[in-house]
Write a protein that binds this ligand. Structure first.
Ligand code: HEM
Length: 153
């Protein structure tokens, strides 16, 4: 009797596992796919994105300027890594225009870094209003950069 009941229990558990597991497999597979699709450039961009979000809050308070300075330094490091990389879209640009596309990307990324340096200076000087204005400008440069260098997204 016990054997029959435990067999039923086993079957019920098996059925439950069959119902649940496909969803689990799909999301795990999706995650893996997303990770393997991320370019090195995209990974550094994600560091910049996190830093921008943190700064949006921390820059509002001068008391948090030590933390803001660390975040800006992280953002600068990631931005410098970005300059050395080539946007994935470059592969789709006609060969005759490719070098120009990459140069233009590098130029704008360097302009972005100039603003990141200004942000570091403003934080160091305790000029939080100015820092917030620069943060906004960085967001505008992001939009401009993405429009031009990730036209398919
Ligand atoms: C606040 C500034 C910026 C933020 C927060 C940011 C964030 C991001 C994020 C989240 C991605 C997508 C990663 C993914 O696909 O998972 C990305 C991709 C990209 N961004 Fe930015 N970005 C910024 C500035 C810029 C600037 C200034 C440029 C160009 C000068 C740029 C060029 C690109 C390119 C080309 C990609 C595609 C990645 C690839 O081609 O491999 N981004 N960015």
């Amino acid at each position: 009797m016990l054997q029959v009941r435990s067999r039923h229990l086993l079957l019920a558990l098996l059925a439950l596992a069959l119902c649940l597991s496909p969803a689990a497999f799909v999301s795990a597979a999706d995650k893996e796919k997303k990770e393997s699709e991320d370019t090195e450039l995209a990974k550094h961009m994600e560091v910049i994105e996190k830093a921008m979000k943190k700064l949006k809050k921390s820059l509002k308070s001068a008391d948090e300027n030590a933390a803001s300075a660390t975040t800006v330094a992280e953002m600068k490091k990631a931005s410098e890594a970005c300059v050395e990389l080539i946007p994935a879209y470059a592969a789709k640009v006609p060969e005759a225009k490719r070098a120009e596309f990459v140069e233009s990307y590098k130029k704008e990324m360097k302009e972005f870094i100039v603003e990141v340096d200004k942000l570091a200076d403003a934080v160091k000087a305790g000029k939080n209003e100015e820092a917030l204005t620069i943060h906004k400008k960085l967001g505008e440069l992001e939009d401009k950069g993405h429009e031009k260098f990730t036209p398919e997204n």
